[in-house]
Structure formats: C-alpha cells, structure tokens
Write a protein of this length. Structure first.
Length: 284
C-alpha cells in the first residue's frame, strides 16, 4: 500500500471547493486508478464521486478512454456536470484515426469523433491530443493533409489540436514549420523513450511528463518541480524555456498562452501528488 501524501478531507467537504482558474493547468491521465484510493482519495469516498473530488484538487484531466472507443454524449454531459467552472478535460483522439498507414484517409473517423458528442462538454472541452504510433514517421504531405482534416471549431467555439509524435524523424525543422503553419501544438515529453523537443508550434503548450518516481512522495523532486513551474510560467508568458531541447528557432508571442501539464505514466500512483505540488508552486 502506498503511503498517503496528505490527510484526506471528509467525503462531503469538497463539493463546493475548487482551485482558482489559471492559464496554467496541471493534472493527470484519467481519474479512476485503484492505488489512488490509498494515497489520494479520502477513505470512504465512493467511486462515483472520484471525478468530483479530483476536479477540485487538479485543474485538468486527460481522458484516455476516448483513445480506445467512442463515448456517449451522455457521458460527456455527466463529466461536465461533476466538475467546477474553469476545469478542463483534454481528450485523446481515437487510435483509429492515427494508427493507419495514411493519415490523410482519417476524415470519417475525425469527424465522427469531434461531432459525436464533444459539444456536451461545453467550456470544459480542452485540447484534443492526436497521438501517433511509435513507428509512424514524418511524411510531410500526408501530415499536412491530416492537419487539414482537423475541424477548427465546434458549435462556434474554437477547437485546439495537439499532436503527439513518437518517432525521431519528427525532430526536423520541416515538421516544426508545418505544425506552426497549421497552429497545431506538439506534445512535449520528458521521457527518453520518445523524441523530446520543446519547440512551440501552436498557440498553447501541452506537456506530458512521464518520469514520476515511486520513491518520491510528490513523484518529482522539489528541485524538478521548481524547474517545471518556471518553464510553465515562461511558456505562459509567451516565451520558450532555454533549458529544454529544440530543433528550430524559438518563437515569441506578445500575448499569454494557455499551458497544460499532465503527469502521465511513470510511477502513476504519484501523479496526483505531482500535479498538486506543481499547482501549489504556481499559486504561491
């Protein structure tokens, strides 16, 4: 059993409470994970209230279930109803759209997902993450055609797209230029398993941090969390952190950006504590 990070609140003590909205959001992948009932969720909290609780302690959650299968509009509506104002869901797009030889052929799947109930999330809808398979190489024309398939708005509201590339061929200035021309963000990951470059290619930043350690109560050391707090604030202010790798010249914006930081995989049992520790630094 994983030791608890902090004393849990009573199950009925959190419904009206939430962190203050910010342009920098931090969270986890999903909210249903058995070990979190030992070190994050209060004892006695029923499972149907876990999202309600998590959304008061985090400011965003990336939903992984949408990667494997379609969700009903009623599910999106229920998730929205359980979360406070200012909370955001990111969604992993269906693998059937990205795990194919030619991305340009994914139009039907893309439209079916985007227009298949996402409107029920309302203002809780955050970026959509299109995760490519590990061996999918950068093919400029095919990727450009895929970017053209991505809807830019839903019921009059702008949609935000981010692509997660997982092959070293994407560490190419030509890719960065293409993604920037379509205003599609690129996932930054600190994992040594995948290409790790922090070129900003969209009007927001999306980081998936995968190196939590079980031996550290907050997943990442205090020093590492301090560094991620500084980087997130640099991104938010329109800059690019100088201590992260890039493959092209940096960009700068006079306006602020939204930033999403998710603690994914690694020692997943530590992910909520890592996200909360980062939020505490940002709020402080």
């Amino acid at each position: 059993m994983t030791p608890r990070i902090k004393a849990a609140k009573a199950p009925d003590d959190f419904a009206a409470k939430a962190r203050a909205p910010s342009r920098i959001r931090a969270g986890t992948g999903g909210w249903t994970y058995a070990p979190w009932r030992d070190n994050f969720y209060p004892a006695g909290l029923v499972q149907r209230r876990e999202l309600e609780y998590a959304s008061r302690h985090l400011t965003a959650i990336e939903i992984n279930g949408t990667f494997y299968g379609a969700q009903k509009p009623a599910s999106y509506a229920a998730w929205r109803a359980q979360t406070p104002d200012g909370f955001v869901f990111s969604l992993k797009a269906p693998r059937y759209a990205t795990e194919r030889k030619e991305l340009a052929s994914a139009g039907t799947t893309v439209k079916g997902f985007v227009f298949g109930g996402l409107t029920e999330l309302g203002d809780r809808l955050g970026p959509i993450n299109w995760q490519l398979p590990a061996k999918k190489r950068f093919e400029r024309d095919d990727l450009a055609a895929f970017f053209d398939l991505l809807p830019r708005e839903l019921d009059g509201a702008p949609l935000r797209h981010v692509i997660e590339v997982r092959d070293a061929s994407f560490a190419d200035p030509a890719y960065v230029e293409l993604a920037r021309s379509h205003n599609v963000a690129t996932v930054f990951t600190d994992s040594p398993e995948y290409p790790s470059f922090a070129d900003v290619t969209g009007d927001f930043v999306y980081a998936r941090l995968r190196c939590c350690e079980s031996a550290i109560a907050t997943g990442y050391s205090a020093r590492a969390l301090d560094a991620w707090s500084r980087r997130a604030q640099t991104w938010m202010r329109g800059g690019e952190p100088e201590d992260l790798p890039r493959v092209a010249a940096p960009t700068s914006r006079p306006d602020e950006r939204d930033v999403f930081v998710y603690f994914i995989n690694g020692a997943k049992e530590r992910a909520p504590a890592a996200a909360m520790a980062l939020l505490d630094r940002l709020e402080g």
